[in-house]
Design a protein around this ligand. Sequence first.
Ligand code: EPU
Length: 345
Amino acid sequence: MSGWRLIADAELQSRNTFGVAARAPWLVEVEDAGALGEVLALPELQGPAPLLLGGGSNLLFAGDPQTAVIALDTHRTDILEDDGDLALVRVDAGVEWHALVLWSLEQGLMGLENLALIPGTVGAAPIQNIGAYGTEVGEFVRTVEAWDREAGNMLRLDREACAFAYRNSLFKQVPDRYLVAAVEFALPRQRALKLDYAGIPEELAAMDAIAPTFRDVAEAVIRIRRRKLPDPAVIGNAGSFFKNPIVPAAVADELQKQHGGLPVFRGDAADNRKISAAWMIEHCGWKGFREGDAGVAATHALVLVNHGAASGAQLLSLARRISESVRLEFGLGLEPEPRIIGAIW
Ligand code: EPU
């Protein structure tokens, strides 16, 4: 037995950024992704598909998971190739996302600067195709190494095969089939910076960054995030709890007519638009709402927070009420962004 450790009746409160109490019948800490085949064959892991846990920053334990949980404790970052223009970097799934962003900035590698300070691990990044301030991680993914539970072996999936879309990917569509073990990124040494997202130009101006570098962009993103998004180390949360709904352009036009000021953004196709869920939630009066220890952040209406002892079930119930009130007011239900464990949305 090497490369992994099996723990019975494991506590998960310290392993999810909402900080809600939950226990797993079995937890396996895996230090070598090469041991995944052996781990998945353990008698304790038979039955329903185990849950692969990264930083626990994109899930809500609405109840105890009924399955075993696997945590990848792997930490290598290697430059595989570097021709001076583009570097190919292979990163283990267990590496902290923001640590990778800081490392890439130090190496002079661009691309991840708009994605600074996103909580979670590298292995989780491709699953929901993390995105912020006009960039999505899928743009820089070359290959994902994943264990395929169906085939029983490690696979290499190229970017096309990963089917990246807004907060979506192959891994989210087929949630139990693949366990992401490592990600290879293609990071350029030069690229046109993404500076147009609302808030970024203002922040760069406040920093006196007249000819901003990619390091300035990262700094601007860090400042905005620190101001708007609660730090999970201080107050439990999982970032945006809801996705921005994507609707046909005609529906967006109609909604904007009825609700002056509703922010509407480009969608993922010419004929659709992304509507601001935060604005609708705020409009329904939820921003800063608190009931017991479950609430909505006072600084950003998309973020549900655990003020201390909220249960996952209480947070889920609040989320459902929010979605229902938005549906009544705007005719659009909201979909949660994090994975809900132990209950059905
Ligand atoms: N807004 C409000 N009330 C609020 C917050 C925002 O009305 O409390 C309105 C503002 O008008 C603002 C607009 O909503 O112009 C958009 O706000 P923001 O720039 O914060 O973006 P978002 O669409 O609410 C998305 C991501 C965030 C990401 C930001 C910045 C989703 C679900 N969320 O939020 O991602 O940081 O853009 O790029 O797409 C996350 O996924 O966990 C996350 C934090």
